[in-house]
Design a protein around this ligand. Structure first.
Ligand code: G3I
Length: 339
């Protein structure tokens, strides 16, 4: 009754986590996933690199395993992600760079990828992250007029119209799935809110033009040392004012730690800052009725992407490396009880 999913249910919010499907073999891991969460996202297994490692040969096993687990535990699934510059199959990126895949062929391959993947999972996905991380950050040198990153792999080869095409192709393949645009630093994390302004204007225009975009996912990757999403509630409200749903899709709050194995914060104050920032993101979502789900990017620090990508950092999630709930877990329970 005190699980995150049970406390979230009366508020209308689904509480989620990213998962590693092969870890379902670990009973302690599977127990937490089943008991605590009401929506699951495969962290990697629905990305193009993993579903089509060899051209023409699909491997849906990881994604299928998440869907099967979710159905057995009365959970929904967020599909992640159909079009991203990262984690593309080697055969695709190599073919593009050596010229053996032309831009026309690239476009046809993307159309087939989106159609085949969405069709495979049709009826089983609640929200699809159709397009991931297309907007320029302040440090990207070639933003287009509307703020899209001109250097993005897809945009630089196919033009920004590929975004509307991708949403239309996904909608054709599964008219009932909610189709999301997903990005980071769109809650004011960089202190300027410029990226959020651009995403808001774009979503508004896309929806006015009838492009089937149903939602905006704000990832929520936060660091206690800098850049917290101070505008998050206002930004979520603004996206929702266009008629879109919103979601927090990849929440984690990292800080500096003693080592990657135990992940004990080196600064005692981080033990307060980490739950505080996590809680602020949940409260923003709870304050906006259109916020459908709040997903943490994994639940145990043992599984987090942070130590690999930000050496010296960690402590980003809800459970410690031994699968014990951390103070942040209790704070989020309290937030849900008070909502
Ligand atoms: O599966 C291989 C394994 O065979 C190999 O031995 C090992 C050696 O490095 O790599 C494994 O692949 C890793 C994969 O995660 C699965 O663990 C990749 O190296 C690693 O780069 C990959 O990282 C993922 C990252 O996206 C890639 O950019 C993270 O797990 C995943 O959590 C992360 O998620 C992204 C979201 O999709 C989009 N938003 C940002 C977020 C964090 O980067």
């Amino acid at each position: 009754a005190d699980s995150l999913r049970a406390l979230a249910a009366p508020t209308g919010l689904r509480f989620g986590t990213a998962v590693v499907p092969s870890d379902f073999d670990n009973p302690a891991y599977a127990k937490v996933v089943g008991e605590q969460f009401s929506v699951l996202t495969p962290g990697n297994e629905m990305k193009w690199q993993l579903v089509e490692p060899t051209r023409g040969t699909y491997d849906w096993s990881g994604g299928d395993r998440v869907v099967t687990f979710a159905q057995a535990h009365d959970q929904l699934v967020r599909g992640h992600t159909l079009m991203w510059h990262n984690q593309l199959p080697d055969w695709l990126t190599t073919g593009v760079s050596d010229g053996s895949i032309s831009n026309d062929q690239l476009r046809a391959l993307l159309h087939k990828h989106i159609t085949d993947e969405v069709t495979h999972f049709r009826g089983k996905i609640w929200q699809w992250d159709v397009a991931n991380e297309f907007f320029a950050n302040s440090w990207d040198p070639h933003p287009l007029a509307d703020g899209i990153n001109g250097d993005d792999f897809w945009v630089s080869h196919l033009g920004e119209g590929i975004l509307t095409d991708a949403f239309r192709w996904a909608h054709e393949a599964d008219p009932h799935a909610l189709l999301f645009y997903n990005d980071f630093n769109i809650g004011g994390e960089d202190g300027t809110n410029a990226k959020a302004d651009a995403v808001y204007a774009w979503i508004k225009r896309m929806r006015a033009e009838g492009v089937p975009i149903d939602g905006v996912g704000s990832q929520g990757h936060v660091d206690t040392q800098y850049g917290y999403p101070r505008q998050l509630t206002d930004d979520l409200r603004r996206y929702a004012s266009t008629g879109a749903k919103v979601a927090i899709t990849e929440a984690d709050v990292r800080t500096f730690v003693n080592n990657a194995t135990e992940q004990v914060p080196t600064d005692h104050l981080a033990e307060f800052a980490q739950p505080y920032e996590f809680s602020n993101m949940l409260k923003a979502c709870l304050a906006v009725p259109e916020c459908l789900s709040f997903t943490a990017w994994g639940f145990t620090d043992a599984e987090s992407w942070i130590p690999d990508v930000f050496p010296g950092e960690g402590y980003a999630l809800l459970y410690d490396v031994h699968l014990n709930p951390k103070p942040v877990y209790t704070d989020l329970q309290d937030d849900l009880r008070l909502a």
